[in-house]
Design a binder for this molecule. Structure first.
Ligand code: NAD
Ligand code: IPM
Ligand code: MN
Length: 348
């Protein structure tokens, strides 16, 4: 098949890890006779430097016309002055919003060979297979903000429609998995969470009676996620809780450098990016773990291009590289980004 893929390398280790994923996608295309065309555009800090705008109109337009978007990461100390009028992260938020990508899928499947990299006991990790569905275009990230000399506020707002669509995505996903949804909220304190819980309960009862639904408060969820991760199948939650819980969940897999994500809406276009950031502490050194971005490319093949075989092959190749202990430093190994990428290419 022919596909147009927009690549947004962004900042820090972004360009290093997207280069790795492009190498893998090119190898998939070569072996399977596909034609993938890659077009690079600016987002984040580099876009502020070059265009004074973290999401230039040309970037958003190119993404809208593309079949899929592969993104590295945005942000870094250079653009983190608290008084700056615009930040790189705003570009990413505007991209998600502009493409209507309300459901962010973050799979967490610790690999047997990498269990030693996790601070959690290996016996708790065997068989863990979770997908966190994070709401991505609402909540406190997008509500009105105020700032005066003596106070500040961020509004957290959700509509019924916004909750319904992401909760439905999580139930549909659970139907194809183990049939269990855990809806995470803070309904003992927040009004948005009480609405969230009502809507999730109704969607479950009326539309998905065959799926088991449980509600969990976010604070105890943070604890259960480490204490009994095998109990969970699909976890659905609002924007900020999902952000925090998935960085926590990365420790089940052993590294932030292993967790991919797919941001999806109602159409086939999606943004595919690792859940980690621009890692300024290791940027430019060639040591970043590329596996999360390569696994994000596998999600791109599956969700936007419908290339299910190819997606599985990329995931298997990363799995085999891990089996063979082809580890970057975050996993306790010595490989650099380029060598880890080669390890995947050789096993494709
Ligand atoms: P971070 O995820 O960039 O890094 C956290 C820690 O994990 C660092 O020690 C880093 O070296 C390590 N790490 C992350 N990815 C790694 C990889 N692939 N291989 C090896 N180690 C890896 O989080 P942070 O330091 O809190 O944030 C840095 C910047 O990134 C901030 O500006 C933040 O806003 C931004 N950020 C962007 C995204 C995104 O673009 N999607 C996501 C998270 C954070
Ligand atoms: C992520 C990041 C972003 C978020 C930031 C950079 C805006 O942490 O993708 O997880 O909070 O969504
Ligand atoms: Mn995050």
């Amino acid at each position: 098949m022919q596909a147009n893929i927009v690549v947004l390398p962004g900042d820090g280790i972004g360009p290093e890890v997207t280069a790795a994923a492009i190498a893998v996608l090119n190898e998939v295309a070569r072996r399977r006779g596909h034609g993938f065309a890659f077009a690079e555009h600016d987002i984040g800090g580099i876009a502020i430097d070059r265009h004074d705008d973290p999401l230039p109109a040309a970037t958003l337009e190119a993404c809208k016309r593309a079949d899929a978007v592969l993104l590295g990461a945005v942000g870094g100390p250079k653009w983190s002055d608290p008084n700056a009028k615009v930040r790189p992260e705003q570009g990413l938020l505007a991209l998600r919003k502009g493409l209507g990508l309300y459901a962010n899928l973050r799979p967490v499947r610790p690999h047997p060979a990498a269990l030693g990299a996790s601070p959690i006991k290996a016996e708790l990790l065997q068989g863990v297979d979770i997908v966190v569905v994070r709401e991505l275009t609402g909540g406190i990230y997008f509500g009105d903000k105020t700032r005066t000399a003596t106070a500040a506020s961020d509004l957290c707002a959700y509509s019924v429609a916004e909750i319904e669509r992401v909760v439905r995505s999580s139930f549909r996903l659970a139907e194809r998995r183990k049939g269990r949804v855990t809806s995470v909220d803070k309904a003992n304190v927040l009004e948005t969470s009480r609405l969230w819980r009502d809507v999730a309960a109704r969607i479950g009862r009326v539309e998905f009676p065959g799926v088991e639904l449980e509600h969990q408060l976010v604070d105890s969820m943070a604890m259960h996620l480490l204490a009994k991760p095998r109990e969970y199948d699909v976890i659905v939650t609002e924007n900020m809780f999902g952000d925090i819980l998935t960085d926590e969940a990365s420790m089940l897999a052993g590294s932030l450098g292993l967790l991919p994500s797919a941001s999806l809406g109602d159409g086939s276009i999606g943004v595919y990016e690792p859940i980690h950031g621009s890692a300024p502490d290791i940027a430019g050194k060639g040591v970043a773990n590329p596996y999360a971005t390569i696994l994000s490319a596998a999600l791109l093949l599956r969700h936007s291009l419908d290339l299910h075989d190819e997606a599985g092959q990329v995931e298997d190749a990363v799995g085999k590289a891990l089996d063979d202990r082809q580890f970057t430093a975050d996993l306790g190994g010595r490989l650099g980004t380029a060598e880890a990428t080669q390890a995947v290419l050789q096993r494709l």
